[in-house]
Design a protein around this ligand. Structure first.
Ligand code: 3AM
Length: 169
């Protein structure tokens, strides 16, 4: 079984903007490495190879438009102890993609979270204080989505992109 999730993966310039912002925060905590920055579209959990095959096939049939998200806020989520970039504005197509992926997962009897979808980029983990900082919004233009494996190793978690679906319009 593999631990999988659907995600938006940043281009290099977005990674850099996020890393620069994290650098300015001057926070105690564990910054997410540039390589691991992402927006989770849907967390799937442990998935059998047969389920993965169907998920991949079904995801490939979904409309994948270009999507824009404006990440303009810092949010401290106390319970998980994370500091995230959140988007006050994002295209409706992002929510539609999340809903479509949820439907595909449910058809495979995968227990997915029913919490409202809040696109975010986790910047720092193990944070225990709120932070406030003015910063220039980060405009994330997504040119597709992907299926990612979460691998835990001696050096922490590593994310591996298994499949990419480029934006088709
Ligand atoms: O996008 P973020 O960083 O919030 O927290 C995990 C990370 O989310 C989340 O999936 C992303 C890739 O690992 N995650 C991990 N376990 C989860 C679970 N059981 C989970 N999300 C929901 N339920």
């Amino acid at each position: 079984m593999k631990r999988l999730f659907f995600a938006l993966w940043p281009e290099q310039n977005i990674k850099q903007q996020c890393a620069t912002l994290t650098g300015k925060l001057n926070l105690t905590g564990k910054p997410v490495s540039e390589a691991n920055l992402h927006v989770t579209l849907l967390f799937l959990g442990s998935i059998y190879p047969e389920q993965q095959t169907v998920l991949t096939k079904e995801a490939g049939k979904l409309p994948a438009p270009l999507m824009t998200l404006t990440f303009d806020r810092l949010s401290f989520w106390k319970k998980p102890g994370v500091l995230c970039l959140t988007a006050s504005q994002f295209d409706q197509s992002v929510s539609i993609l999340h809903e479509n992926l949820t439907s595909i997962a449910k058809r495979q009897r995968i227990a997915v979270e029913d919490r409202p979808f809040k696109p975010h980029v986790t910047l720092v983990k193990k944070v225990n204080s709120v932070i406030d900082l003015d910063f220039a919004p980060i405009l994330w233009r997504s040119n597709g989505f992907c299926l990612v494996e979460s691998c835990s190793g001696a050096n922490g978690v590593e994310y591996r992109i298994i499949e990419r679906w480029p934006a088709s319009y």
